[in-house]
Design a protein around this ligand. Structure first.
Ligand SMILES: [Zn+2]
Ligand SMILES: [Zn+2]
Length: 245
């Protein structure tokens, strides 16, 4: 269903950007003329996978009880994503002011529900976490919190939490990047990705960004907490008024 709906969208690459978005993008070009989205994503990958591979190699004599940790951690990771996005990235907190400015004032001005797509590689600088941010999250948050879990519960619980935590953040970056790709990209043939794109696109509606659709990887907590919305037909970038999700 999602794919047939997708196929009825007009070619988004030929659409003009809304004037506000166009103005913001022109006034806020990439700070780095040499910026490469591929190198940025590759660096994120290279910072994330050593932790994941290391934790996999250290696991020994895994039990059913150890494995029970995995779904609990995934559900917790989705809650963490929801809380950080809703309360830290969309509310100005004195200890994380720059994150609010980058996310709410820049990312959401650079992309709105009518213009969620990148038009050039440099636009991904406004999508992906900066490399230093990736390093802090993976090595300053995921690693020490997994060490604490390993110390408090069992070594395997610690290694599994490192795998889930580092992998979840990597998935967050990957899926957020995909939701900002042009709709014509082949990756939208993968089931579920168009659904996640539409979920995130609704979050980019300026009047709704502070209230709805905070999950990126999977909208579990948006559903459970009643903050999931689907854009009404008239808010979709298409002339086809018959569409419904
Ligand atoms: Zn976004
Ligand atoms: Zn947001």
């Amino acid at each position: 269903m999602a794919r047939s709906l997708k196929s009825r969208y007009p070619n988004s690459m030929t659409k003009k950007l809304p004037p506000m978005v166009d103005k913001f993008r022109k006034e806020n070009p990439s700070k780095y003329p040499w910026y490469s989205a591929k190198a940025h994503y590759l660096t994120t990958t290279c910072l994330s996978f050593p932790l994941i591979i290391y934790a996999f190699m250290k696991i020994e004599n895994i039990t059913a009880l150890d494995l029970l940790v995995v779904p609990i951690l995934i559900i917790f990771a989705m809650l963490f994503e929801y809380i950080v996005h809703r309360y830290l990235l969309h509310h100005r907190q004195w200890f994380l002011k720059e994150a609010y400015v980058e996310h709410t004032l820049r990312h959401h001005a650079y992309f709105n529900h009518e213009a969620i797509e990148v038009t050039k590689s440099a636009d991904f600088e406004r999508v992906l976490f900066p490399v230093w941010g990736v390093a802090i999250i993976q090595y300053g948050i995921m690693l020490p919190s997994s060490l604490a879990i390993g110390y408090l519960f069992s070594p395997n619980a610690g290694y599994l939490s490192l795998i889930v935590g580092a992998m979840f953040f990597f998935m967050y970056e990957t899926i957020h990047m995909i939701t900002h790709l042009p709709l014509q990209h082949w990756i939208y043939n993968v089931p579920g990705l168009f659904y996640l794109r539409e979920h995130h696109r609704a979050h980019h509606h300026p009047a709704k960004m502070g209230k709805y659709n905070f999950n990126i990887v999977f909208p579990l907590w948006d559903i459970l907490l009643g903050t999931r919305i689907v854009l009404p037909v008239e808010d979709r970038p298409t002339d086809d008024k018959e569409l419904s999700l």
